[in-house]
Design a protein around this ligand. Structure first.
Ligand SMILES: Cc1cc2nc3c(=O)[nH]c(=O)nc-3n(C[C@H](O)[C@H](O)[C@H](O)COP(=O)(O)OP(=O)(O)OC[C@H]3O[C@@H](n4cnc5c(N)ncnc54)[C@H](O)[C@@H]3O)c2cc1C
Length: 399
C-alpha cells in the first residue's frame, strides 16, 4: 500500500510528489501518468521556453492576476510564492532570469531545463513514477483509495487527483462527492468578422478595449493578427470574460479606444487645436496620436476623400466623426483562436470544497487536489504555473 498516489504527471503532480518526499523521505509515493510523456505541458509552455513564474513577489499584487482563485490563493502565496519556487529551482541548479515585463524563464530559454530538473529531483527522492497508466476509476473503500488502471489496481492511504483539465479527473472528483464548475477555455485571441485591419497583421500597440454591454475592459498591449486581435490585453480580457463570452457563443462587440489615455472629447479638442495651429497641413502628414503609420492611414482612408484636404478646409463635424472612431471603434467578435504560447481552462473543482491550508478535500478525507483541476486560472505571465507550484507544495507538505 502506498502512502500517497498522485494521478497526473504534470507540473503540479510531480511537484506535489517532490514536496511530500522532501517533507518526509519515508513516505511511499507513486505518480501515475496517462501518457508516455511526463510534464508534457511544461515542455510546450511559453513557446518552448517555459514561463515558470512571475516577478510579482507581493501576494497582494500576485493574486490580482487570477480571475478565478484570487481569494483562496492569498494565504498559499504567503506560504510558497514566486520567490520560493525560484529558490527551489536555484537549489536544484536551474538559473532563472526575469524579463522586462516580469515573466521568469530559465536562462537556457529551454523548457526542458525545467522538466529535467523536476524529474531528476523526483528520481533522487525515489519517487515511483509509472507512465502509460490511463486511470479509469477511483473509489474509496474503508480508509484507503483504490485506483484502477485497465488491468491493475493500486491502493493508497491518500490520493491526490492532479489531472489538469482532463475530463476523467473531473469525473473522479465528482464520484468522490465534489462539484465541478463547467470547464471552458480561457486565454484566447478574438476573431473579428470581416476584419478590416488584417493587412496590418503583426502590428502591436497600446489600446483600451471593452466588451460592449458588459463591465469587462482592459488597457494594455494588443496585437493585430490576420484573424483579429490578440496580445496581452486581449488575452487578459478573454480570461476575465471567459464565462461571459462562452455564454454568448463568442459573439459580441469589441470597442477599441486607439488613444487609450484620451476620451472622445479630448481627442476632438486636440484635432481642433491642430487645425488652428497647422491649418495648411493635412492629417496624413500630422500623425497627432502617434499611431503606427499604416494604421493611421487606414483610418483616414476609411473616410474616403474627407481627410485628404488641408486642415483649414475640414469642417469640425468631421473631426467629431474621427474622434468617435478613434475612441470607440467597434469590431464584431465571431469566435476565438487559441493562444499558442499559453492556454488554460477556466472551471474545475469548486474551491469552497477544498481546504487551502492543506489542499485536502473538505468532503472526502485524505483526498487532495492541486493545479489546474481546481477552479483556478490566471492570466498569461507565468501565473498558471505558479498556481501549480504553490498548491502542489502545500499539498505535499500536508501529507
Ligand atoms: C501550450 C501551453 C503553454 C503554456 N505555457 C504556460 C507558461 O508558459 N506559463 C504558465 O504559467 N502556464 C502555461 N500554461 C498553462 C500550464 O501549462 C498549466 O496551467 C499547467 O500545466 C497545469 O499543471 P497541472 O499539473 O495542474 O496539469 P497538466 O499540466 O495538465 O497535467 C495533468 C497531467 O495529468 C495527466 N492525466 C490526465 N488524466 C489522467 C488519467 N486519467 N490518468 C493518469 N493521468 C492523467 C495528463 O496526461 C497530464 O500529464 C501553458 C499551457 C499550454 C497548453
Amino acid at each position: 500500500m502506498y502512502d500517497l498516489i498522485v494521478i497526473g504527471g504534470g507540473p503540479a503532480g510531480i511537484f506535489a510528489a517532490i514536496s511530500a518526499k522532501e517533507n518526509n523521505a519515508n513516505l511511499r509515493v507513486l505518480v501515475l501518468e496517462k501518457s508516455q510523456k511526463l510534464l508534457y505541458k511544461v515542455l510546450l509552455s511559453g513557446g518552448g521556453r517555459c514561463n515558470v513564474t512571475n516577478g510579482l513577489f507581493n501576494p497582494m499584487d500576485l493574486i490580482k492576476n487570477y480571475p478565478r482563485g484570487q481569494k483562496e490563493l492569498l494565504g498559499p502565496f504567503y506560504q510558497f510564492g514566486p520567490k520560493d519556487i525560484i529558490g527551489w529551482f536555484e537549489e536544484n541548479n536551474v538559473k532563472l532570469k526575469k524579463e522586462e515585463d516580469g515573466r521568469i524563464f530559465p536562462v537556457t530559454n529551454r523548457a526542458s531545463t525545467i522538466a529535467d530538473s523536476l524529474l531528476l529531483r523526483a528520481k533522487l527522492l525515489n519517487i515511483e513514477i509509472l507512465k502509460n497508466q490511463d486511470i479509469e476509476k477511483v473509489y474509496k473503500e474503508n480508509e484507503s483509495f483504490k485506483v484502477f488502471e485497465k488491468d491493475k489496481i493500486f491502493i493508497s492511504k491518500k490520493l491526490a487527483i492532479i489531472t489538469g483539465s482532463s475530463a476523467k479527473g473531473f469525473e473522479f472528483a465528482k464520484e468522490l462527492g465534489h462539484s465541478v464548475k463547467k470547464p471552458i477555455p480561457s486565454l484566447f485571441g478574438l476573431n473579428i468578422s470581416k476584419f478590416t485591419l488584417k493587412d496590418l497583421s503583426g502590428v502591436a500597440l497600446k489600446a483600451k478595449i471593452k466588451i460592449k454591454g458588459s463591465n469587462f475592459s482592459q488597457k494594455g498591449d494588443i496585437l493585430i493578427t490576420h484573424f483579429g486581435f490578440s496580445g496581452p490585453a486581449i488575452l487578459t480580457l478573454s480570461s476575465i470574460a471567459a464565462r461571459y463570452l462562452f455564454d454568448k457563443n463568442y459573439k459580441a462587440e469589441l470597442i477599441v479606444n486607439w488613444v487609450p489615455g484620451l476620451s472622445e472629447d479630448e481627442i476632438f479638442k486636440k484635432l481642433k487645436n491642430l487645425k488652428n495651429k497647422k491649418f495648411q497641413k493635412t492629417l496624413f502628414s500630422e500623425n497627432l496620436f502617434h499611431l503606427p503609420k499604416n494604421l493611421w492611414i487606414i483610418f483616414l482612408d476609411s473616410f474616403g476623400e474627407t481627410f485628404n484636404k488641408k486642415l483649414k478646409d475640414i469642417p469640425n463635424n468631421f473631426f467629431l466623426i474621427l474622434s468617435k472612431k478613434l475612441s470607440s471603434d467597434s469590431y464584431t467578435i465571431d469566435g476565438k483562436t487559441t493562444n499558442k504560447k499559453e492556454f488554460v481552462t477556466c472551471g474545475g473543482v469548486e474551491l469552497k470544497e477544498v481546504n487551502f491550508k492543506t489542499m485536502e478535500s473538505k468532503i472526502c478525507k485524505n483526498l487532495f487536489f492541486a493545479g489546474e483541476i481546481l477552479d483556478i486560472d490566471g492570466v498569461t505571465g507565468g501565473f498558471n504555473f505558479q498556481n501549480a507550484w504553490t498548491t502542489a507544495y502545500i499539498l505535499g507538505q500536508s501529507i
